[in-house]
Design a protein around this ligand. Structure first.
Ligand code: MG
Length: 203
């Protein structure tokens, strides 16, 4: 399986990092080794002094497809999760400034937290989902999927022009504003609506 991530899919987050709002989706990938194992804490890696949380809605593909038209994209998934795209921001800035790929900053071991999946039938309108992240019980990020620059179906259409989507592939759909650094002993909890999706310790 592969993990496809979308960058700058919320204009408020693009602005907070001084990035232009993109004209087409920004894509990058994480390998399966990036998945944080169930019930494990997130360990701050030794190569970064500034790891940021980015809370994101995650889509799980359940049908193989290529060149999927957005109007048919809803047939290719039936579950969503909430995740964190952990980012070594200091390293990412260094790589960006040199025009180099982001993988070391974005795709390291444990950099992809994914909650248990929930059937979309239980979630209501997935194109207007509230979600938020708390850090030690303080809300630090709040988003609504209606504010995506490209919604889930548009993303699937775009991504599948380049990459065949296979069963079990995950798509991280981008983060809203409010990203910030984690510190040792933080407790992060993610919610879709009022539903707690994950709780994790930082070590
Ligand atoms: Mg992200």
């Amino acid at each position: 399986m592969k993990i496809i991530c979308v960058g700058r899919n919320y204009s408020d987050h693009a602005a907070e990092l001084n990035n232009a709002v993109p004209k087409e989706p920004v894509l990058f990938m994480k390998p399966d080794s990036a998945l944080l194992q169930k019930n494990m804490p997130f360990f701050i890696p030794p190569f970064s002094q500034e790891v940021h949380y980015e809370v994101e809605v995650v889509v799980r593909i359940h049908r193989i497809g290529k060149y999927i038209q957005p109007k048919f994209a809803h047939k290719y998934y039936n579950q969503l999760a909430l995740g964190i795209d952990f980012t070594a921001r200091d390293l990412q800035q260094e790589l960006k400034s040199k025009g180099l790929p982001w993988e070391r900053a974005k795709a390291f071991d444990g950099s992809a937290l994914v909650s248990p999946f929930v059937d979309i039938a239980e979630l209501g309108d997935i194109h207007a989902l509230d979600f938020h992240l708390t850090q030690n019980d303080t809300v630090v990020q709040q988003g609504n999927t209606r504010d995506m620059l490209w919604n889930i179906d548009a993303l699937i259409g775009y991504i599948s022009q380049y990459f065949t989507l296979k069963i079990g592939d995950l798509i991280f759909t981008g983060t809203p504003a409010g990203v910030g650094a984690v510190t040792e002993n933080d407790r992060l909890e993610g919610f879709i609506g009022d539903r707690s999706m994950f709780q994790i310790k930082v070590k």
